[in-house]
Design a binder for this molecule. Structure first.
Ligand SMILES: [Zn+2]
Length: 381
């Protein structure tokens, strides 16, 4: 197949300043430091990504573009796949003016005259799903997603209220938030998700684990994972040596794994660790295309590091539970830094995910007193 995805000329890319200690500001990134970051990874395309409106050719028929994300994440990578008469897009960016402008630049630049055949979203988080509705509307293209992710996106864009539901108040109280903080959070209203996501199409094409998607000359196998979200889709072209990883494997930051409000008895960290084990069966030689950071090789080293990082934190947390603790009492041991108001929601979700995992493993006991949830060590490390 002829390669029509052009490589940007000189000046078509810009340098990014990246710090592994950057402050995460998105539900995609964990708050934990990543001591094992980079070990064993190589970046064949360097550590500079495409600038706004530019497209880098990674392989025949596979292009890499970037859209802006406010805060420390700075960007999300999106993938442009040759697909017969047009291109298939994987992930879409937040519905904010700079992302729409970045797409406009792509369609006025390297994608001039190209139509969009389909929009595929790895998962429902707003930086991935945000412009799916806008793009599918613009090109009359279908949306392809796993069912759980589409349902979550549809549900959250429809759930807008003046005040948080009582379950949210109870969730914050259980984690140890004081009344003043709860009041301040409640005053922010409910339904922020919908502000960053264009209306999600009412119909979609379902993809599932094990499906093969023929896109252009390539066959991509759907490999699902969870823990970061309910049914995250990775796309793996084993023959071509490529893996579109979404947020399931990131090179420098760890993905946020939170026990959320919707399913308080879930075990997202257990799901996440099981997903890591599942992905370890994939070839180590794949070029991994992550949603944040740059394409890299070293999949197994990265999966091992992610697994080690969580298990080390679980052990440290278990030792910290010599006396009863609430979620908010665990931030120092899990994150090793100050948690301010801007990230306390994320920190709470992550702390609860780790505490819940210890409980499921039989290493912590939970008790509820006056609506506050306390955890204490049990069993052995
Ligand atoms: Zn995400």
């Amino acid at each position: 197949m002829r390669v029509r995805i052009p490589t940007p000329g000189p000046g078509g890319t810009r340098k990014l300043t990246i710090s592994s200690r950057a402050e995460p500001a998105s539900p995609d990134a964990s708050l934990a430091e990543v001591p094992y970051s980079h070990r064993g990874l190589t970046y064949p395309f360097g550590r500079t990504g495409p600038g706004t409106g530019a497209l880098i050719a990674l392989a025949d028929g596979v292009g890499w573009a970037r859209l802006p994300v406010p805060g420390s994440l700075k960007h999300i990578n999106v993938w442009v796949l040759e697909d017969g008469p047009g291109v298939a897009l994987v992930d879409t960016g937040l519905d904010i003016p700079p992302s729409r402008e970045a797409w406009d630049s792509l369609f006025a630049g390297p994608l001039t005259g190209r139509t969009v055949t389909r929009v595929i979203c790895t998962h429902f988080h707003p930086d991935h799903l945000g412009l799916a509705g806008w793009l599918t509307e613009r090109f009359g293209a279908p949306l392809w997603m796993t069912r759980d992710e589409w349902l979550f996106g549809r549900m959250l864009t429809a759930d807008i209220r003046d005040e948080p539901p009582r379950e949210a108040i109870a969730y914050w109280r259980a984690a140890g938030w004081d009344e003043q903080r709860i009041e301040a959070e409640a005053a922010k209203g409910w339904g922020r998700f919908a502000k960053l996501v264009s209306p999600v199409p009412v119909s979609f094409i379902r993809i599932r684990d094990g499906d093969t998607l023929s896109i252009g000359a390539r066959d991509w196998r759907v490999v699902t994972g969870n823990g970061h979200c309910p049914e995250h889709a990775c796309l793996v072209d084993e023959e071509g040596g490529l893996m579109i990883a979404g947020d399931q494997v990131l090179p420098r930051i760890t993905s946020n794994v939170s026990l959320g409000l919707s399913e308080p008895e879930a075990d997202p960290l257990g799901d996440w660790l099981a997903s890591i084990a599942k992905l370890q069966a994939l070839p180590d030689s794949l070029l991994v295309l992550p949603s944040h950071g740059e394409p890299f090789t070293g999949l197994h080293a990265r999966l091992d590091a992610l697994d080690d990082g969580h298990r080390d934190r679980l052990d440290a947390l278990w030792r910290h539970l010599g006396e009863p603790r609430r979620a908010i009492d665990c931030f120092s041991v899990l994150f090793g830094r100050q948690i301010d108001d801007s990230v306390i929601g994320l920190a709470t979700g992550e702390a609860l995910a780790h505490l819940r995992r210890l409980e499921v493993e039989g290493r912590a006991l939970r008790s509820d007193r006056d609506g506050v949830r306390w955890f204490e060590a049990a069993g052995s490390a």
